[in-house]
Write a protein that binds this ligand. Structure first.
Ligand code: NAG
Ligand code: NAG
Ligand code: NAG
Ligand code: NAG
Ligand code: NAG
Length: 473
């Protein structure tokens, strides 16, 4: 008799814990099912497509890409994946402004599954570095709000902006050529930044329609998904379907935002001027915004709306469980006491907001959950450092105790596949940029004494602008 009782209790307890564990997932799985939407899954079921692991996310500037990077870092950690990270001399970006090469990748982060730190895109080098089933993703933002953001964020770093009297965006746009020098350091923040990040020629005249068309077509060919910052959640839904990921894999908290007071609204007529000045970016944006909406309607407007709603609900639940009653504490960077959580600020009038943990954060939360919550709000510079440390430890554990002869076949393959100088870079003196490792990359780390043109052989001519060769003089 007592055995039966215990049995019933055990059954009841496991049912309750199962419901607590899976309840949320079941409810949205069922909701989606009722709409006839593609299956939403919470846990891998046998026979279902496995999650796709190998991803290049080209991180563009001022486009919500830090939020995406954080999401990818967390996915990588949960799935024991390797994230290719920059060597120390490159800072936390792949020596950005110089065109990407595999020399910029830290050897302890090879062979990679994911790469997402800032870089100037170079398809040929990435194809050599990454597994051959890698999916390419990037993100764009509407050019006029993006340019306003760049103008205020890089006001003190980019000479083209610094020259403008009164820091006036209107004055810059009235006569851009008076302030803009195409070959100057950091000039990529002042014109067609998206095109530049994608490896294109930011200074092609707007009249060269052939170039613009070919460039858009090439980006379309290489990237399976071009997300749009204005429709971030909708873009994430497409991402989730493309990569066969769960709803849990796309939860995020917005990172690297400015305070409201450092944003300004654009006067009438300004957006048109910005689009004309950044005509290549405008063309890219229009093309990929249209293509995003085609993909969304192919998935079904109702299904997308439902999934976005479920995503936001799941996000709220996560926030509540991490930070208690409501949201984490939004603070301007200067006020954040915890160094690990303080975002990098470009100085001047720009105020970037970050998050501070509630004082009673550790109460009633397991250390594992705390770690997740902390990572959710960790800015990119700190997270990159944390990942490099943990991956280096893992690398040493796996490879250092073996003799070179016995090293992992994948590692050997990488050694032979990569250029020789990657393997010896640690014995070389660090480039001058090393001291700027803390910066936004951008700012001070972008110039270097070596010639990037010498390292960019083998890339497609279409995505390679002439201007890059004059960057490092
Ligand atoms: C990741 O690695 C840890 C430790 O090696 C292991 O316990 C865990 O199950 C792994 N997780 C996955 C998803 O492979
Ligand atoms: C990808 O690489 C693997 C081994 O490295 C090879 O067997 C496979 O055929 C390649 N696939 C494609 C599509 O090239
Ligand atoms: C800058 O500000 C001063 C004083 O407010 C004004 O006289 C001047 O015309 C402004 N210059 C430009 C280029 O807007
Ligand atoms: C993006 O495309 C959609 C659908 O065509 C359109 O409604 C929307 O206004 C576009 N967004 C922007 C910011 O241009
Ligand atoms: C933390 O304290 C605040 C009030 O001081 C309270 O509202 C909140 O629920 C607490 N959070 C946790 C997780 O205990």
């Amino acid at each position: 008799m007592w055995q039966k009782k215990i049995f019933l209790i055990v059954i009841a307890v496991s049912t309750v814990s199962l419901l607590l564990h899976h309840g949320g997932h079941w409810s949205w799985t069922m909701e989606a099912f009722n709409l006839g939407c593609p299956a939403l899954r919470s846990h891998p079921f046998p026979g279902l497509k496995p999650k796709h692991h190998n991803v290049v996310f080209l991180k563009t500037h001022k486009t919500a890409s830090s939020t995406m990077q954080n999401l990818l870092f967390r996915f990588a950690e949960r799935n024991n994946l390797t994230v290719a990270l920059p060597i120390q001399a490159c800072g936390h970006q792949f020596c950005y402004a110089r065109t990407f090469t595999s020399h910029f990748v830290h050897p302890h982060t090879l062979p990679p599954n994911i790469i997402t730190n800032h870089m100037r895109f170079n398809k040929a080098e990435l194809q050599r570095l990454m597994p051959n089933d890698t999916i390419y993703i990037t993100i764009l933002r509407e050019p006029s709000s993006m340019f306003e953001s760049l103008f205020s964020y890089y006001n003190q770093y980019c000479q083209s902006f610094k020259r403008v009297p009164n820091g006036s965006l209107e004055a810059f746009l009235r006569e851009p050529w008076r302030y803009y020098r195409p070959d100057e350091k950091d000039s990529m923040y002042a014109r067609n930044t998206l095109t530049f990040d994608l490896g294109g020629d930011k200074d092609r005249p707007a009249t060269d329609v052939m170039y613009a068309r070919a460039f858009v077509a090439e980006v379309d060919r290489v990237f399976s998904l071009v997300m749009i910052a204005e429709y971030f959640d909708e873009s994430l839904v497409l991402l989730r379907h493309l990569l066969s990921w769960d709803l849990d894999d796309i939860l995020y908290l917005k990172l690297n935002m400015r305070t409201q007071s450092s944003k300004r609204s654009l006067t009438p007529g300004l957006p048109a001027k910005i689009r004309a000045w950044n005509s290549l970016d405008a063309r890219l944006y229009d093309h990929f915004n249209a293509s995003l909406w085609h993909q969304l309607s192919a998935l079904g407007t109702d299904c997308v709306a439902r999934e976005v709603r479920l995503l936001r609900q799941a996000q709220e639940r996560l926030m509540r469980s991490c930070f208690g009653g409501g949201m984490p504490l939004l603070r301007s960077a200067a006020q954040i006491k915890n160094k690990d959580l303080r975002p990098w600020q470009p100085g001047g009038k720009v105020d970037i907001v970050g998050y501070e943990l509630p004082v009673n954060f550790s109460r009633g939360v397991s250390s594992q959950a705390q770690e997740l919550c902390l990572k959710l709000i960790m800015p990119e510079v700190q997270y990159t450092r944390v990942l490099l440390r943990s991956q280096s430890l893992r690398y040493r554990r796996v490879y250092q105790l073996r003799t070179p002869r016995q090293s992992h076949p994948a590692q050997q393959a990488i050694r032979t596949a990569l250029p020789r100088n990657l393997q010896v870079h640690r014995s070389q003196p660090p480039p001058a940029a090393a001291s700027a490792a803390q910066g936004p990359a951008s700012g001070s780390a972008s110039t270097s004494t070596s010639n990037p043109a010498a390292e960019t052989q083998g890339q497609t001519t279409k995505l390679e602008p002439k201007s890059s060769q004059t960057q490092a003089t």
